[in-house]
Design a protein around this ligand. Sequence first.
Ligand code: 1HN
Length: 349
Amino acid sequence: MSLTEKPEETPERLAFYDKIDKEAFTPLWAVMSSIITPEPKSACQPHIWRFENARAHLLEAGGLITAKEAERRVLILENPGLRGTSKITTSLYAGLQLVMPGEVAPAHRHSQSALRFVLDGSGAHTAVNGERTEMQYGDFVITPPWAWHDHGNTTDEPMIWLDGLDIPIVTHFDASFAEGMDADEQPITRQTGDSLARFGANMLPVDYRQEKLASPIFNYSYARSREALEKMKAQQEWDPCHGLKMRYVNPVDGGYAMPTIAPFLQLLPKGFKTAAYRSTDATVHVPVEGRGRTSIAGETFEWGPRDIFVVPSWHHVSHEADEEAVLFSYSDRVAQEKLGLFRQDRGNN
Ligand code: 1HN
């Protein structure tokens, strides 16, 4: 007997399994090889969603239901290997949200953390903890766990963003709480930009003590992040597996910006091809600029701006950029690192 082989199912054994099954017993030796695998073995599949296609479906949904009636007008990106579970990876959720001109997505709060990554439109807002932020293309916005949040669009064009949430993680722990607010929009008690001034200017309020795990900055603007990549790229120091890859951090402790979701921004110069890499954190990718292709366990996916593709755990991945490309991505790496589970394989790099 080994970890990977199942003992023979003799008639006597099967009869025994059947008998004890009625009393809620299961013989470990009959299931061991499927629950303790020598390598990650996931039902999660590589997949790509085309933004233009998703946008057309969302606008059609816009004619069928209001943001208010839906609470959130979202089309879930459900992994083809995980249908019926609202998951894009085993541990994470993704959806595309539409807020039409004049609409409000009402204030509520829940245990689940959310990130927004803005894909279409410009100038709609989200409010978190009494502060509003305006959202532009490529902005990465955080809703920490249990924080009141509502969205509004006072512009004259539809706004679409990607929502990334840790729903499957919270469900896994049976730790979900949620409630609505009496008002559609939360009271605004801080001026726009207050949290960025307080926490995003390489200073912290003297005597500041960290109380929450999520970053107090809630809009990491694309303009600032892109400018930083632009500066660094002149140095031409490319990581063979990642090109130039940065992680979004909580400035208070230097950790990831969110407690359960690790967000990244990465630049690939024109013509660059990354070396094969694999890791235990299944990752959702969104090209922000540029075109190229990604090979996932031997299957090739062509992409352009705003498409969304997912790389399952422990699948070899290699990106190739035809034009200078910028990719946003998120995974559960931060949670796996805290639990001592994260592994990566950089080949010989
Ligand atoms: C949620 O609150 C939002 O606030 C988006 O925009 C997606 C999916 C499930 C549960 C809550 C939002 C969500 C969500």
